[in-house]
Design a protein around this ligand. Sequence first.
Ligand SMILES: Nc1ncnc2c1ncn2[C@@H]1O[C@H](COP(=O)(O)OP(=O)(O)OP(=O)(O)O)[C@@H](O)[C@H]1O
Ligand SMILES: NC(=O)c1ccc[n+]([C@@H]2O[C@H](COP(=O)(O)O)[C@@H](O)[C@H]2O)c1
Length: 174
Amino acid sequence: MTRGFYIGRFQPYHEGHHAMVDRIREEIDELVVGIGSADQSHTVRNPFTAGERIMMITKALAEFEMTTYAVPIEDLNRNSVWVSHVQSMSPNFDVAYSNNPLVVRLFEEAGIEVRQSPMFQREEFEGTEVRTRMAAGGDWESLVPRTVAEVIGEIEGVERIQRITETDTNGTDE
Ligand SMILES: Nc1ncnc2c1ncn2[C@@H]1O[C@H](COP(=O)(O)OP(=O)(O)OP(=O)(O)O)[C@@H](O)[C@H]1O
Ligand SMILES: NC(=O)c1ccc[n+]([C@@H]2O[C@H](COP(=O)(O)O)[C@@H](O)[C@H]2O)c1
């Protein structure tokens, strides 16, 4: 039995994330999805709450016949203990998946195997691109699984992003 751990901010969960899960599920029996920056929401870079991201991920992953756990992970201002923090919040896992260089380094220094994946259609399957299209009233639905678009509709996510973009001065780092 192999259990994997895949960490991301998932703001929102998009088709690039979904393609990555589709690929890594060939290597594992169960998957923990770590929802990073769980304490962040309502900013340009992190518009959705941890609970909203749990809904997106749970509904999108239902199509895969695999046991999955979505676990919120709050940020810590201390990289040296972040892996222990992750482990304290997650079911035990054998291998971590990430393409984020800091995350890869922290897991490897802690002696945990990390696997990276190719980027799928990165020019459009990117959280920043999805949020930019939402703010501008463009076609973002084609970049996320249908179930995720339904959750974003239910929580009125596009309206939130448009409002935040007009007023937020804290999250304008993109
Ligand atoms: N198109 C993609 N193909 C494969 N992996 C991806 C893709 N997009 C993101 N990832 C990976 O998934 C993990 C989580 O990504 P994250 O939630 O930061 O999404 P992002 O699209 O990079 O978002 P943002 O633009 O908001 O920073 C990271 O390891 C990231 O490299
Ligand atoms: N010290 C810390 O709190 C720390 C260190 C490394 C990664 N993280 C988090 O892990 C997640 C990594 O996800 P991304 O690959 O989507 O950036 C982010 O939410 C990031 O904030 C936090």
